[in-house]
Design a protein around this ligand. Structure first.
Ligand SMILES: NC(=O)c1ccc[n+]([C@@H]2O[C@H](COP(=O)([O-])OP(=O)(O)OC[C@H]3O[C@@H](n4cnc5c(N)ncnc54)[C@H](O)[C@@H]3O)[C@@H](O)[C@H]2O)c1
Ligand SMILES: O=c1ccn([C@@H]2O[C@H](COP(=O)(O)OP(=O)(O)O[C@H]3O[C@H](CO)[C@@H](O)[C@H](O)[C@H]3O)[C@@H](O)[C@H]2O)c(=O)[nH]1
Length: 441
């Protein structure tokens, strides 16, 4: 089928590449010429495992192309996917200007039936706004009777595992209200859900809601575990044992129970805020979501509090090695990364930070440009040189079994503050290191 994907960010590029993998002819549009240039030069603008190979293979096969030409992209796809950003507005609600602009472009230029599929995460009711924007543009052109379909198809991929998640989805949610759209969407996704009936066809509003509810449920689990980890410290329990103990109940399950330095990334923080706004606007402020967010804000400070408890408020003269900057492993995404808060707080108290991240350093330099006292190391070992203590902020695989002897020799104060509970306390302490982690003894 002919598919257009509007927006070549984490979601749009993965969607376009994976759809082309199944034989579709996909045209990806972006308003950012720099991104399209990188793609047309044979690269990809983000770090996402396995994505470059899928992109290259399908570009070579003539099934995947990239453009900034809106006219061409609207003419191309029977299916027009909108995968643009929906960042938080000042009040926390989702900013729909990019979604609306994409919809208006379609209405302004379409000459035949289009199925307009919203893949961006959007508030309930956005489908109606998309429909109104397209209809308005058609009316301006004197074409009020030209038909089109609107669908909601929220995306559930995780960064760092995006290609695998897209190729083998837990479920595909499609919110649609006409037969043609449902037929086309079923055909498009059938290859991804073969042998498993994982398509949930529903109305547009429910589909839009499912996305927010899913992310908020996951964020709630994390905040719950983070709060429990703090309580575990108070009562002398080990949160890792508690995690295993409760996770073995299939009603609870093992995933998304890891305490840490708070959730970050481009989705959970903004989606919790956006659903909280939706609740408030509907006259029922959400106590749950407010608590989830508050706990998360506090959790980003947990390592800082442990450092202050050790050294006092004045950290001048102290240098901290930091392993990990990205909000999670296998990505270069620094949006809402807890590392940014931790670094800011340490620098504000006069400390220096020597950070190392396997892939996010360039992006980190961009978002923390000019931060005095922050420097970047070439590797794990170099980050430790001249440092007093080590902070683990992202659980990259390469941090899991480090040279403990090397850490102990390099660090002046021989302290490891572990925000991801990577090590067995007994083991790491046997190397002469003091070990402070999240909710462990
Ligand atoms: N990042 C994720 O893991 C993830 C997962 C599921 C859902 N989502 C949702 O998907 C949406 C996109 O997220 P993202 O992380 O891919 O965003 P992103 O910021 O990485 O990419 C968005 C892209 O859209 C482009 N764009 C903006 N307006 C445009 C227009 N009118 N025409 C063409 N291109 C335009 C931007 O230049 C940018 O390249 C958001 O609503 C997000 O909440 C994200
Ligand atoms: O047990 C856990 C699991 C995750 N996290 C943190 O939660 C954040 C988000 O992680 P993750 O969900 O793996 O990454 P995202 O790419 O943000 O993916 C989430 O957000 C996407 C965008 O909406 C959705 O599509 C995905 O389904 C949803 O998992 C990160 O800071 C993680 O460190 C924890 O602290 N503990």
């Amino acid at each position: 089928m002919k598919v257009t994907v509007i927006g070549t960010g984490y979601v749009g590029l993965v969607t376009g590449a994976c759809l082309s993998e199944m034989g579709n002819h996909v045209m990806c549009l972006d308003v950012d010429p720099a991104k399209i240039k990188i793609l047309n030069d044979g690269g990809i603008p983000i770090h996402e495992p396995g994505l470059l190979e899928v992109v290259r293979r399908n570009v070579a096969a003539g099934r995947l192309e990239f453009t900034t030409d809106i006219e061409k992209s609207v003419a191309h796809g029977t299916l027009q996917f909108i995968a643009v950003g929906t960042p938080p507005d000042e009040d926390g609600s989702a900013d729909l200007q990019y979604v609306t602009a994409a919809a208006r472009n379609i209405g302004r230029l379409m000459t035949d039936h289009k199925v307009i599929v919203d893949k961006s995460t959007v508030p309930v009711g956005t489908g109606d706004k998309v429909r109104a924007a397209v209809a308005d543009e058609l009316a301006k052109r004197g074409l009020p009777d030209m038909e089109f379909s609107v669908c909601s198809n929220p995306e559930f991929l995780k960064e760092g595992a995006a290609v695998a998640d897209f190729m083998r989805p837990d479920r595909i949610v499609v919110g649609a209200e006409d037969e043609r759209a449902i037929l086309l969407m079923k055909a498009l996704y059938q290859p991804f859900v073969r042998n498993r009936d994982r398509m949930i066809i529903t109305d547009i509003r429910s589909a839009e809601f499912i996305k927010y509810a899913a992310n908020c449920m996951l964020a709630t689990r994390i905040s719950f575990m983070n709060e429990m980890s703090r309580l575990a410290e108070k009562v002398g329990a080990d949160i890792e044992m508690v995690r295993v103990g409760i996770g073995s109940d299939p009603r609870i399950g093992t995933q998304f129970l890891y305490p840490g330095v708070g959730y970050g990334g481009s989705c959970f923080p903004k989606d919790v805020k956006a659903l909280a706004m939706i609740a408030a606007e509907n006259g029922m402020p959400s106590k749950m979501l407010t608590a989830v967010e508050e706990v998360n804000e506090e959790q980003k400070m947990v390592l800082v509090h442990k450092i202050v408890a050790k050294y006092g408020e004045d950290l001048s003269g102290k240098t901290f090695a930091m392993w990990g900057l990205a909000f999670k492993p296998n990505t270069d995404d620094m949006r809402e990364a807890p590392s940014r808060v931790i670094i800011q707080e340490l620098l504000a108290r006069g400390a220096k930070v020597q950070a190392y991240d396997p892939v996010a350093a360039t992006e980190a330099q961009r978002v923390m440009e000019g931060w005095t006292g922050l420097s970047y190391a070439e590797g794990q070992k170099q980050a430790l040189e001249g440092a007093d203590a080590l902070l683990i902020v992202t659980e990259w695989k390469e941090f899991r079994t480090p040279d403990f002897d090397g850490i102990a020799t390099s660090l002046r104060d021989k302290i490891v503050f572990d925000g991801r509970n990577l090590y067995e306390p007994e083991l790491i302490r046997s190397f002469g290191l003091e070990y402070l982690s999240i909710g462990r003894r």
